[in-house]
Design a protein around this ligand. Sequence first.
Ligand code: SAJ
Length: 418
Amino acid sequence: MNNQFKHICVIGLGYIGLPTAATFAAHGIKVTGVDVNQHAVDMINQGKVHIVEPDLDALVRDVVAQNKLSAQTIPAEADVYIVAVPTPFKDNYEPDLKYIEAASKALAPFLTKGNLVILESTSPVGATEQMSAWLSEARSDLTFPQQSGEEADILVAHCPERVLPGKVLQELISNDRIIGGMTPRCSKAACELYKTFVKGECIETNARTAEMCKLTENSFRDVNIAFANELSIICDKLDINVWELISLANRHPRVNILQPGPGVGGHCIAVDPWFIVAKTPEQARLIRTAREVNDSKPEWVIDQVKIKIAEFLQANPEKSIKDVTVACYGLAFKPDIDDLRESPALEITKKLAEQGLNILAIEPNIQVLPAKLPSNVKLVSVEEHNQADIHLILVDHKEFKRGLNVSSEFMIDTKGIF
Ligand code: SAJ
């Protein structure tokens, strides 16, 4: 354990902040977690978690029981502050830094000379400098890297998280970590901190490059998925099986196409590329188009359902549209998680329900349907899937991959499971 950092204050106890806080605590550092959500704070203090992530519940239970992690709604004095709050975009796709601003203003009163402040939230280029400016505005008695460089009282760095939901606890430790200090001294201090538990390499760079690096990784994936999604639409027109096509093309040693699906969801890949587009709208043409291709995929899937319904009614002339039941397999944004954020599966289910169809939602990872779904959507178990006429596979959850007893005639398989 590094003796320099005895107490860390993690601001934002969501999908990234809580696993990070618990992992530092498990490595012997005292951690105070901070969140504006009183319910989350209460749960954590009881050793429970408010999010689903494999093995996180046991880890939090242990570190809370050992008094290494506790939660509260306001920051505390510490050696290090880690900001892990959401960075959504506004209606015009401009990044919204209001949570970083609020976190900066909340932690500023507690800062003392020698503290390290780390921004972990995925952020547009320039956000770390902006955070440091907010801190400096609040604390004119202290110096910051933008004014005093290596001599600053407070060290500031951007260390973007890069972990995959569903594998967060492993990837936090095994992934390489990009460490972007506002000065080399800031990078070195942050590097020392993450070496507490990171087994991958901690690579030092500057804050702007670290910000852009994170956005680049997710944009790369978005562009590749857009390519796969475009291929799936082209193949549908040409009567070619896109899954077979991609697996054949990927046998080329330098081709690695990702998989098509109903669209791109989650709070990362569907959001981060817009941060590049917002800064450089003239230049980021491919990145913008990829976003548009992926965002338009749910509408294409809905059109496919309409075509299937017409075929079903033709085959069953005694039935009318109000008799048709559509089963939507999966609401989450990707397999084997409960996270519905920016989920194309949820969006498609909602839009189909709004057209008055009877919908059976089959989502083994949730117990209650989100309030935004209309009342003609019923949450049912996998075993009840046979009650439907049309089967729409939206997520490749393991429960579906084990096999479903339905005819392929009235199935739309957006994930290529069957
Ligand atoms: N998807 C496809 N086809 C694919 C792969 C994914 O349609 O071949 C879809 C998924 O179904 C999902 C969306 O893309 O809707 C995003 O899923 P994902 O598994 O690609 O990524 P996330 O959003 O869970 O996590 C990403 C990861 N980034 C990269 O892999 C470059 C993760 O490492 C980041 O830490 C995370 O974003 C983040 O927090 O930014």
